[in-house]
Design a protein around this ligand. Sequence first.
Ligand SMILES: Cc1cc2nc3c(=O)[nH]c(=O)nc-3n(C[C@H](O)[C@H](O)[C@H](O)COP(=O)(O)OP(=O)(O)OC[C@H]3O[C@@H](n4cnc5c(N)ncnc54)[C@H](O)[C@@H]3O)c2cc1C
Length: 800
Amino acid sequence: MKSNYRVVVIGGGVVGASVLYHLAKYGWTDVCLIERKVLTAGSSWHAAGGIHALNADPNIAALQAYTIDLLPEIERESQQNIGLHMTGGLTMAGTPDRWEWLQSAYRVFQSIGIEDCRLVTPEEARELNPVMSTDGLLGGMWADREGYIDTTGTVQAYAGAAKKHGATVVENNRVLELNQTAEGWEVVTENGTIQCEHVVNAAGLWAKQVGRMAGVELPVSPLNHHYLITDAIPEVAALDHELPMTVDLEGFTYMRQDQKGMLVGIYEIDHDHWMEDGAPWEYGFELQQEDLGRIENELTLGFQRYPCLNNAGIKTWVNGAFTFSPDGNPLVGPVPGKRGYWTACAVMAGFLQGGGVGKSLAEWMIHGEPEADVYGMDVARYGDFAQNKRYIRETTGQFYSRRFVMTYPNEQLPAGRPLKMAPAHDAMSVAGCKWGVSWDLEVPLYFAEPGFEETPTLKRSNAHDIVAEECKAIREGVALLDITGFSRFEVSGPNATAWLDRIMASKLPAPGRAKLAPMLSETGKLKGDLTVLNWGDGRYWIMGSYYLRAWHMRWFNDHMDDGVTVRDLGEEVCGFAVIGPNSQQVVEKLAEQDIGALKFMGCGQFDIGLVRTHVARMSVTGEKGYEINCRYGDHIALRRMLLEAGAELGIREVGFNAMLSTRIEKSFGIWSAEFTQGYTPGMTGMDRWIDWGKAFVGREAAMAERDGNGPGQVQVTLEIEADGADASGYEPIWSDGNRVGFVTSGAYGHHTCKSLAMALVDREQAAVGTDLSVHIVGVERQAKVIEASPYDPQGKAMRG
Ligand SMILES: Cc1cc2nc3c(=O)[nH]c(=O)nc-3n(C[C@H](O)[C@H](O)[C@H](O)COP(=O)(O)OP(=O)(O)OC[C@H]3O[C@@H](n4cnc5c(N)ncnc54)[C@H](O)[C@@H]3O)c2cc1C
């Protein structure tokens, strides 16, 4: 071990080994992995080694697919056998809704290029897996590239291949302390101190403690998990092929062959946290005592699904812990505020996801950003609120218990809620508000009569007509929307203008004006679909998506200049939007200054009733609207006064569902759908806001896109011949049987009475009038490319 490395990776499980491998492979060879005991001494040695394609987040599914492709390569490079059994896999559905969901999921996989899947009937599934009872099963999905690997061999293979690329592995040496230095980090270990530029926390079950060594509180907790391995089973031994890896979603089990017997793992409802502050340091190759009482129900279902288990002897019980984040996805990337401190932890399925995690992190460290959009596993997708122990316990527990439970897109889950509530929350609840959650905040979805319960569904729900009424208020009357759920950053200081001009690709707004502002990475990918407001007194605001607060703040800090202060106003400022053709009449009644003089995209400070506010005349609904921002303490009063002022005009409180329906009628994109860090300005139409004449971050790459052959796919608006269900995102789009794109988001346009979607399609298919088709909830529907903004294409309503 040297006393200096460029990177020190802490942890020799599958994830640390994969990070080390990718760093060395991509050319950073002055890298060292430090392991407390021996490689695999955390969760990795006792994993079931299963690999399968399904993941609800398509970007994570794509990284899993990368990992599966990588496995033979590391075996070849390292010459270490990884015991790869590519048996193929089945995922079985046992309820009509689940079967519909699986059919939609199959189409989503096609959208992201995972082609080696097909749907199967219960009879076909039974032929593929003859020991499975198909009682109650409605269908399944087969995937070619599923199976299992030898876990120890795989970790050794990553590490061995890394060493061949020049990396160093040091075992039996615990990291004791981390100290930040001017150049990077001082890593104090049992066997000496190392100076390095970067440290990577890949400490698995000990990630919490290795976080705390750097003053970082990671939202992660271990939970226990069982599987059993049987003795040889005659029915299995007699087969002429190996059993496929099989997931029985309604049965809460996964199963694979193990020699001549079976391995059955259980995701039980009655979950069990273990060592929430991280495993003890002395913890080694140990397991917890099995707890059959806790898994009895799921185990019974497993024995019914595989009747041959009833006569089988059980050779081994494994009850071991592995780690989870609140949403079950990994925590990867640079930790905000800790230069040179990276995480690669909370990787729930390390053998399945470890390759993708290692690749993304290595690219991030070396090139400044990963190739793929990895927002779904970015450590900065959480804020400080997620450090709370109960929050972590509730959310990780909920994720574990629901691992095989179906979640509907319109379903609201209870863990960690309600947490942050806008001051008018309770009054809005009395008015019938139904709440969703964005980050830590309760956000209004719609307002319903007392006693109304929304039915969870993949299709249009029983709230459809309520949202229609709210859209009518927006388009024809006047509506009130709580806009606490937007982010707001204040930019000030002598260099504020110069800094904003550099990080935003658009022109900056003149004093008293607001402007849409794309923000780009150095490689010309999108980093934000923001709005910049110039208050005319040296202060600017940047407004964007609330849940990206920590993510954007990390970006601002990473690109900071002297003489600039950026303050997140998310705990200080909230507000209401008054929207609709009659909005001016309502606001006018309360405004002490001439609100009528405020033109479209204008902004200024106004006294609205008793409240000092910052008002911007804009609305993502495409209607005339005023976004009225106030202090938290004024929120209740502002709502009361606006409702009173609007009463005679029939003002109606509305939620974000109506906003999302109206915005798609204007073809206005939103983040995580039309705009992501995987897309470019040219693909998304964001290029029309770029000021090409100035210098800005990402200009060179954006120019190359503009002056080159252009993007292969572009954004279009589709009208779909839907029936009871609308597109939601990632559905594949077809032309004469060829996949030509995918939906980025969809909704029913209540004013235009059309099922609408926005989509990325091949340029050749983007002309208005092109006939296409799209799969919605597994059923193929006709679709047509239409002019953008089917509602009010000239924008008269919002300007009026
Ligand atoms: C019962 C069970 C079944 C599973 N089945 C599957 C499966 O089928 N497929 C799948 O993909 N995943 C499965 N998993 C999950 C899988 O085991 C984990 O995702 C994976 O092991 C995580 O790897 P890791 O490298 O992040 O962490 P770990 O394996 O926990 O590795 C962390 C390493 O860091 C070292 N370390 C910690 N602190 C320090 C320090 N201060 N100094 C030096 N070294 C340190 C530890 O000794 C350890 O070796 C299963 C898990 C369990 C419990």
